[in-house]
Design a protein around this ligand. Structure first.
Ligand code: SAH
Length: 400
């Protein structure tokens, strides 16, 4: 342990690391005590030589060190097994009935650079840092011991890998798998193919919210905007919605959602329409000079993709968010519920709330907030690592 190269950070940098944030940027580093190779394990100390932790070194990345632990411990198979078991215990505590969930969510589980999703008996692995990627064999061995999975699949085509000097990699790395997996979310069936194709990317982060929004939808006429594989729509239909109209611009998503609805026995209550939500909402909420708009929906769900990947595009994103909220509010019946989500890192919950209130003002509606949503507990939020929080949402009733 004491033979490891030591990265000394500048004065003032230690507190953030002590508070739990795992990234040491190049600019925070004062010096190294001896050369380290990309991917090596290093110690991190402050300028007074106080030990701060151990992590992976990669000078090719803007993040030079990703801390893994504040203890003096070896980073080996036993370490990964302990950490993954601890992450699993959290899921079991907070989502006792779930059979598909994110087992390891990188920084949220103090394993920066590692994501593991469990789709029933198949595990999907992503390694986005060089140090983690180099230790895939130990990670796979730990996963085998804990889960005894039917297969482990690698889905490593992330843009972030390029910053670490890693090439794309995709395929089965342990066991065997053929065709789709029938993934259960809250006991409902969703088909996905972990190896790719059009059915990839079944999101797990809304699992808790599917159920909560569904419970608000009993007997309701529901509109699900940006429906993807039908997560919200099918949960609502199953929980007793009178009818669900779902919109997505992707033909593949519409096809998959239609099949998912049938597999869950709610095809008769759901319509999945291929449409651009902006155009559709505009057409539905625009009336002629002597016409009156008759709101049709008791519940409207807005779960769009992130409208901005960069801080500079936040203005455009906010205009987009405002537009869909304004239109949706016009289509909501008095007393109806708007369940709305924002997964953009650059739009925080205060800013998101501001946009919604501006839209409500323009629509001449007063809203009552009845629920606040976050990502499901398998994507834990660590407030001292702000990057771990990205999904926020609210349910509002139209108060008047
Ligand atoms: N609610 C979904 C996640 C939505 S992801 C769930 O719980 O799984 C975003 C979806 O929005 C994608 O399926 C994408 O095809 C769709 N989309 C993006 N822009 C769109 C637009 N302008 N109109 C309609 N759908 C859009």
């Amino acid at each position: 342990m004491d033979t490891l190269p030591v990265v000394i950070v500048r004065p003032g940098e230690a507190d953030r690391l002590l508070a739990g944030h795992p990234w040491v940027y190049a600019a925070s580093i004062m010096r190294l005590t001896k050369p380290a190779e990309p991917g090596d394990v290093v110690q991190v100390k402050d300028h007074r030589q106080r030990f701060l932790g151990i992590g992976f070194y990669n000078p090719k990345s803007k993040i030079n060190v990703r801390l893994l632990t504040q203890e003096r411990e070896d980073i080996n198979l036993a370490f990964f097994e302990r950490r993954i078991r601890a992450a699993l215990a959290l899921r079991t505590k907070h989502m006792p009935k779930a059979t598909s969930f994110r087992v390891v969510n990188a920084e949220s589980d103090f394993l920066s650079g590692l994501i593991v999703d469990k789709y029933e008996d198949v595990l999907v692995l992503q390694t986005s840092s060089l140090g983690m990627d180099m230790r895939k064999a130990e990670i796979i061995a730990a996963l085998q011991r804990i889960f005894k999975p039917r297969a482990i699949v690698e889905r490593n085509e992330l843009a972030s890998r390029k910053f670490e000097g890693l090439a794309d990699a995709n395929g089965v790395i342990a066991g065997e798998i053929e065709g789709d997996i029938d993934v259960k979310l809250n006991g409902l069936s969703f088909k996905t193919n972990p190896l790719g194709g059009h059915k990839t990317g079944l999101y797990l982060d809304q699992q808790a919210n599917y159920q909560r929004v569904a419970e608000m939808s009993k007997g309701a006429q529901v509109l699900d905007c940006f429906s993807f594989l039908g997560g919200f729509a099918i949960h609502a239909a199953k929980e007793g919605a009178a009818h669900v109209h779902a919109l997505d611009q992707s033909a593949d998503a519409i096809k998959a959602a239609t099949e998912n609805a049938a597999a869950n026995g709610v095809a008769n209550k759901c319509v999945f329409e291929e449409a651009n939500v902006f155009d559709w909402l505009k057409a539905q909420s625009t009336v002629g000079p002597n016409e009156k708009l008759l709101p049709k929906y008791d519940v409207i769900i807005l779960d769009p993709p992130s409208f901005t990947r960069s801080r500079s595009a936040v203005g455009d994103a906010l205009r987009g968010y405002k537009e869909i909220h304004l239109r949706a509010l016009k289509l909501l019946k008095p007393g109806g519920t708007l369940a709305t989500f924002c997964c953009s890192h650059h739009v925080d919950s205060t800013l998101f709330m501001d946009v919604i209130l501006t839209a409500a003002f323009d629509a001449h509606k007063v809203l009552r907030r009845v629920e606040t949503f976050s990502q499901s507990p398998d994507h834990p939020v660590i407030p001292s690592i702000p990057e771990t929080e990205y999904l926020k949402g609210f349910a509002f009733e139209v108060a008047r």
